[in-house]
Design a binder for this molecule. Structure first.
Ligand SMILES: NC(=O)c1ccc[n+]([C@@H]2O[C@H](COP(=O)([O-])OP(=O)(O)OC[C@H]3O[C@@H](n4cnc5c(N)ncnc54)[C@H](O)[C@@H]3O)[C@@H](O)[C@H]2O)c1
Length: 277
């Protein structure tokens, strides 16, 4: 049976693992072909291990198992030319882009790494500039077919409430994360207004804690232990099990599909009530 995204193409950043991988697999299950990028390398301001080339290979494997096609490339969202090259390759292969999931991110808050001024710069480069470049790179392909489309930017609960809870947790990386995740709300509104006449809807999703290596890692555990004020601030209202990446994928499908046809300019928390706690 054809899925709701049959004949559509999704461009997904940060697709080697975590939420990006889950989105790639879920959109493929719904019938979309996938253009995936990931840095697959370490940034020295990030205290936990980032994704590897093998992780991206596994995403390719999982998408192909669904029967859909994937173009997957190593690329840095901080580099517009690299993104344009991937989009060109993907568009040559699949002919179009309908959906953009600007998902790539880092959480450079913890450890000595997060205390470097470069952690602020990297956070903003990856999660604000990188989101802008992702959308700019994909836009001409989205506009070329005239069928509209949808863009979803992954912000965070930190798009509403800072990661920092007191002086001790105010690392440069935490500041950059908060600034970038607030900043993409502005970008989203900019594009929602600019692209409405092209029938392209633009929204942000704001997850609370999601069970991925970004937060489940040794460096983060140590940082949380050193700063007992931090973990309680990240707790949801609802007493649910930790949010799996697939829950966020459901939200992406909802926003990109027919179900989301009246939604644009929306900041949608998927945080179990964390931000109102
Ligand atoms: N995990 C959480 O609790 C949580 C909560 C709220 C928001 N988020 C956001 O969700 C998104 C996905 O994160 P995740 O939880 O899947 O973490 P993750 O670390 O598993 O995945 C992030 C991916 O982005 C890639 N990436 C990082 N910098 C890149 C760059 N410069 N260019 C290309 N790719 C790059 C990484 O290699 C990695 O594969 C991020 O934007 C993150 O900030 C995560």
């Amino acid at each position: 049976m054809a899925g709701q995204f049959s004949g559509k193409v999704a461009f997904i950043t940060g697709a080697a693992r975590g939420q990006g991988r889950a989105h790639a697999v879920r959109f493929a299950e719904e019938g979309a072909d996938i253009i995936a990028v990931d840095l697959c390398d370490q940034l020295d301001t990030v205290a936990y291990p980032m994704a590897t080339p093998e992780d991206l290979d596994e995403t390719v494997n999982l998408v192909e198992k669904t029967g859909r096609r994937i173009v997957a490339e190593h690329a840095d969202v901080r580099d517009l030319e690299q993104l344009k090259a991937v989009v060109a390759k993907g568009t040559d292969e699949f002919g179009r882009i309908d959906f953009v999931l600007a998902n790539a991110g880092i959480l450079p808050a913890a450890g000595e790494q997060g205390a470097q001024i470069g952690a602020f710069v990297d956070a903003v480069d990856v999660m604000l500039n990188g989101v802008y470049y992702t959308i700019v790179a994909a836009l001409s392909s989205m506009l070329s077919h005239g069928d509209g489309g949808a863009i979803v930017i992954t912000s965070s609960a930190a798009g509403f409430r800072p990661v920092t809870v007191d002086f001790g947790t105010a690392s440069h990386g935490a500041a950059g994360y908060t600034a970038a995740k607030h900043g993409v709300i502005g970008l989203m509104r900019h594009f929602a207004i600019a692209l409405a006449e092209k029938n392209i809807r633009v929204n942000t999703v704001h997850p609370g804690g999601v069970a991925t290596p970004m937060i489940y890692n040794e460096a983060m555990a140590e940082w949380s232990a050193e700063h007992p004020s931090f973990s309680p601030s990240q707790q949801p209202l609802l007493d649910n099990p930790p949010v799996e990446p697939e829950v966020i994928s459901d939200t992406m499908v909802y926003l990109c599909g027919e179900s989301g046809r009246y939604l644009t300019g929306v900041t949608l928390p998927v945080d179990g009530g964390q931000i109102i706690k």
